[in-house]
Write a protein that binds this ligand. Structure first.
Ligand SMILES: Nc1ncnc2c1ncn2[C@@H]1O[C@H](COP(=O)(O)OP(=O)(O)O)[C@@H](O)[C@H]1O
Ligand SMILES: [Mg+2]
Length: 262
């Protein structure tokens, strides 16, 4: 098993269109350390800068100030070993490629025979329960199935760190619960580092070791809370634990407070 990597954000700020009328101060000043193999969630109100934060962590966009490092190496472009799972799976899959073809894309540059690549990707498709749909096209599948393809593709790349931008928010509740279960099991098995941004407090508590709470824009980390719930987590039993309910209550209270300027 490959060890997950450590992600460090040090005094990261982001201003869009600085000095213009359209200026948006998205990130105030963010310092955060994600431990190797940790599952950390970032929760915050809509529009507070969660996607901005994650894209900076992934090296997809630059910060206005501060530093991002992966295992101590400065991030200034998408680093190797990092995989980003977007919210909109319909845009992340290639419609002209089959389901298998989409998963194979993740490891196209790797040195291995076609048969090896195919076997490996079929394995990941089996993990997400889609081995029988390998030769279909994305548009022939439901939304939840497409998101499972995106997850299989993300995992086929054997990430050392997986960044997830609200990847479960656009599927129905039952599918979301299945995907939670899937991500939990794969994370337990593979030991990668995971950072999830979400506005869903229950999802954050169920999956994470720690939760960072963001304020309204320009966002700051208000606090970081360890969930301290036993593992392995269970999607039915865990949310019934008193400690889960207490944390849920607390977080919902924090997130529904009005911003200082409102
Ligand atoms: N490329 C961009 N150019 C200008 N403003 C942006 C851009 N991307 C996001 N923003 C603004 O930055 C703020 C934070 O956006 P975002 O990071 O998407 O928040 P969240 O993911 O928490 O909903 C919002 O006000 C948004 O309109
Ligand atoms: Mg967002």
């Amino acid at each position: 098993m490959q060890r997950g990597c450590e992600l460090t954000l040090n005094s990261v700020t982001k201003v869009y269109s600085p000095g213009t009328e359209a200026e948006v101060r998205a990130l105030g000043n963010i310092t955060l350390n994600v431990e190797p193999g940790e599952f950390l969630s970032v929760v915050g109100p809509s529009g507070c800068g969660k996607s901005t934060f994650l894209q900076i962590a992934a090296g997809l966009i630059g910060a206005s100030g501060g530093q991002v490092a992966l295992d101590g190496h400065k991030v200034n472009g998408p680093p190797e070993g990092l995989v980003y799972l977007f919210q909109q799976y319909t845009r992340s899959l290639m419609p002209w490629r089959t389901v298998l073809g989409n998963v194979e894309f993740a490891i196209e540059g790797h040195r291995m025979s076609r048969a090896e690549r195919r076997d490996r990707c079929m394995n990941f498709l089996a993990m997400v329960g889609l081995q029988d749909f390998a030769s279909r096209y994305p548009w022939q599948l439901s939304g939840g199935m497409q998101q499972r393809v995106a997850i299989a593709r993300a995992l086929a790349a054997e990430p050392r760190i997986l960044l997830l931008d609200e990847p479960f928010s656009s599927v129905d509740a039952l599918t979301r619960s299945d995907l939670h279960e899937l991500v939990l099991r794969l994370w337990e098995e593979r030991g990668f580092t995971a950072m999830l941004v979400t506005h869903d407090v229950d999802e954050a508590i169920l999956l994470s070791d720690r939760i960072a709470v963001l304020s309204h824009r320009p966002s700051q980390i208000v606090e970081t809370i360890p969930t301290e719930l036993p593992r392995p987590r269970d999607r039915i039993a865990t949310p019934e634990l008193p400690a889960f309910l207490e944390l849920r209550h607390y977080l919902l209270d924090q997130l529904t407070k009005r911003p200082a300027h409102a």
